[in-house]
Design a binder for this molecule. Sequence first.
Ligand code: FAD
Ligand code: FES
Length: 274
Amino acid sequence: MLKENAEKMQVGVILENNMLANDLFHLKINVPKIAEKCKPGQFVMIKVISGLEPLLRRPFSLHRFERETGIIEIIYQVVGKGTNILSQRKNGEELDILGPLGNGFSLRGEKRIGVVGGGLGIAPLLAVAEQANNQGKEVVAFLGARTEKYLFAREDFKAVAQTIVTTDDGSFGNKGPVSRPLERFLEKNTLDLILACGPIPMLRAIANIAEAKGIPAQLSLEQRMGCGVGACLGCAFPIKADTAEGYTYKRVCYEGPVFWAQDVLFSIPEKVNK
Ligand SMILES: Cc1cc2nc3c(=O)[nH]c(=O)nc-3n(C[C@H](O)[C@H](O)[C@H](O)COP(=O)(O)OP(=O)(O)OC[C@H]3O[C@@H](n4cnc5c(N)ncnc54)[C@H](O)[C@@H]3O)c2cc1C
Ligand code: FES
């Protein structure tokens, strides 16, 4: 594992670090050795500044990546010390990056894919929507954000997918949670696979809808992370498994962040039905 991770440690150069809304930023980094290995749904761990504070790298989903140019793109929100420092980093400066990490989404023979993103959970879905579109699949994107200002990448999604938008305050698209238009869509249409990323209550709602309709779904989970490479167990999440208890704890950074919805335990029942 050490050798594998050493190869994933790279120095990237910031090409753009632009503010999209008050606390929302779009970061473009030139890091060819990572960009060439990326898969949609994977993430990177970024050391936001050299030195000791903050010491730990921070995890960010790959919004987009391009092998030809060696560029990866990240959308991030300033929520604390690390992301605040990141927002002040300038073009041309270097960043220590570990990646790509995690398993990513997996597409098979499905013809019609729904991607459902809530808040920052929209970020990792663009790369997989573009990949599915390139493979000739039909893509429907359901994007939900707090307000219009936080609805990033709308035009990029529209280029590859039928795009349905909601906001919490109704400032753009329908007002309400992003699960609602998905439910409405599935009253008259069907999907072969749903891919979702967002806050846990949203993922739970999407998992319930997918189960009720018998549609397989992959959920990208977010947990606080320490190492990002499976060593500290800080990101463990209960996942159904063939154990006496009916579940086990899996590392979101290593076995995830993408899990099949039917395996994800949002709460631990006394006995898990396998
Ligand atoms: C696999 C993965 C992918 C991610 N992708 C993105 C992304 O594309 N864009 C983005 O903006 N953020 C993303 N995050 C969340 C991002 O890593 C955190 O917002 C960031 O680490 C916060 O660092 P900080 O030092 O600014 O905040 P801290 O000072 O460490 O914390 C500030 C606040 O943020 C909360 N927080 C910190 N980490 C997380 C987390 N992992 N999940 C939920 N809440 C957290 C803390 O509980 C606290 O309330 C991702 C997280 C994971 C695990
Ligand atoms: S963050 Fe250390 S094991 Fe996942």
